[in-house]
Design a protein around this ligand. Structure first.
Ligand code: GTP
Ligand code: MG
Length: 452
């Protein structure tokens, strides 16, 4: 790693896509190949995030990535499990991820969560590459393990290749319907104007070197200016999840995207009411290569620098919310940092009206995405909040004047047991879904039905 690399932040790569299209498998492939190469120590498995150093990437990508061509430290991948809304991934008014991989099953093509991912990538202007996954399931496919895709593709029978081409052209057409000019990645000259589609298999590893090469190229060319940050400055991050951890109470899973967080630092965290001001008791990272979502043993570290995933243990975190900002105070006046966090939360705050529906969502990011979708559909919002559906929400929804507005739209949230009873009694309709546009559609249909 050159000296210059130390002043450059690791680019953050979000892995997005529809349920079961292979996001985790692709990451497993990237992690696993590194482990089988005896590089377990070089890979750091963070909270919801995997840091892969440049040397490992270049080893996996072979001739496609020459380490001497790059001065980035590596890539930090963030997996977005199916149940979890990736719209949580926001930072300072923009996207937390610098670049993204949109994973699409070549046989399935665009699906609801693919559409939703595209919406967010479009809105945030995040550069991305499309991983056209599961090419190994093409009838007659002859796999070439871990190979770059071009030689493997060229070596297939005409029948297999034309079957795959059919699916790939369909995918390219679907991208163009969404105003993205896309093509097979090896034909793309200018990745600024065109989306590269990489045929690949998370199972056989074909095309994975190419994905890494495109990601490195995208980061190097478009991200460098933003990567040159003060890696020693006060840490800034985004809460991915608020979780109870045995022995620590409520803890935060955070992606640090700027500066450094140290044990003992005073931090300000966005919460459901006033921002929380607290002191970091412990910084916890899972053991290298352990599966994050089942990991129980954590290693305590003194400090964590951008970009990285870390679990923060501190007092009073119960009211923290997913998607909220985390800021280290360090040498600044505490009030200034509190104001900064408040300003950022206000930016996400959803415009409400005197008459409308009640909206509940699992994270700030998804609440914002919901509000955008409702605004586009010209559905007014009376109240919008992060959290499960509580009796109070039913009461508020019941105060709407118009019958069609006596409704709660819940995205990725549960109904609290006592609210369930209230819902039965009050004349309030509940709509809940984990795909935003389906939720809006369901509600629209209901209103149409009422007007008939
Ligand atoms: P969620 O996290 O639930 O959204 O799913 P995901 O996108 O992470 O998908 P996951 O990686 O869990 O893969 C879903 C299924 O597809 C698993 O059974 C994988 O083994 C399979 N799969 C993933 N990639 C490939 C591939 O390239 N080829 C084949 N044949 N199967 C794959
Ligand atoms: Mg997954």
């Amino acid at each position: 790693m050159s000296d210059q690399a130390h002043s450059l932040r690791t680019p953050i790569v979000a892995v997005l896509g529809h349920v079961d299209h292979g996001k985790t498998s692709l990451l497993d492939k990237i992690r696993g190949s590194a482990v089988s190469d005896g590089e377990a120590g070089a890979i750091t498995q963070h909270i919801g995030a995997t840091a892969v150093p440049l040397d490992t990437i270049s080893e996996m990508a072979g001739s496609l990535v020459q380490p001497s061509d790059f001065d980035l430290p590596g890539l930090l991948f963030i997996d977005t499990p199916g149940h979890h809304s990736f719209s949580t991934l926001r930072a300072r008014g923009g996207a937390l991820a610098d670049i993204a991989i949109l994973v699409v099953d070549v046989n399935d093509g665009f699906q609801p969560q693919t559409e939703e991912a595209i919406d967010i990538l479009q809105r945030t202007g995040t550069p991305f590459v499309v991983a056209a996954n599961k090419v190994d399931t093409t009838p007659g496919w002859n796999p070439v393990e871990d190979s770059p895709i071009k030689p493997s593709y060229d070596g297939q029978s005409d029948a297999a290749r034309s079957r795959l081409d059919e699916n790939l052209y369909e995918l390219i057409g679907q991208l163009s319907d969404r105003d993205f000019s896309a093509d097979f990645y090896w034909r793309v000259q200018n990745f600024r104007n065109n989306i590269g589609v990489v045929p690949c298999s998370a199972l056989t590893g074909e095309g994975v070197p190419d994905i890494l090469a495109v990601l490195m190229g995208l980061s190097q060319r478009f991200m460098k200016a933003e990567m040159e940050i003060d890696v020693e400055g006060p840490g800034e991050g985004t809460v991915l999840e608020v979780k109870d951890q045995q022995g620590f109470g409520a803890t935060l899973d955070v992606v640090v995207y700027d500066g450094i967080i140290r044990e003992g630092d005073t931090i300000v965290v966005g919460a459901s009411n006033e921002p929380i001001v607290t002191e970091v008791r412990a910084l916890l990272q899972p053991r290298p290569n352990a599966e994050i979502r089942v990991e129980k043993q954590f290693e305590q570290v003194d400090s964590v620098g951008a970009a990285a995933g870390v679990k923060i243990a501190a007092p009073d975190l119960d009211n923290a919310i997913a998607g909220a900002p985390v800021r280290v105070v360090r040498d600044r006046p505490e009030e200034d940092v509190v104001e900064e966090v408040k300003a950022e939360l206000a930016e996400i705050e959803v415009g409400t009206e005197e008459e409308g529906v009640v909206v509940k969502a699992d994270t700030l990011g998804s609440l914002e995405a919901m509000a955008n979708a409702l605004q586009e559909a010209e559905i007014p919002i009376l109240r919008a909040e992060v959290g499960d559906i509580a009796p109070r929400d039913v009461a508020v929804a019941g105060t709407a004047r118009e019958a069609e507005n006596k409704a709660i739209l819940g995205f990725n949230v549960d109904v609290l047991p006592n609210a369930e009873r209230e819902l039965e009694q009050a004349e309030v309709r509940l709509f809940s879904d984990d795909v935003i546009y389906q939720l809006v559609e369901e509600y629209d249909e209901y209103v149409e039905e009422m007007k008939r």
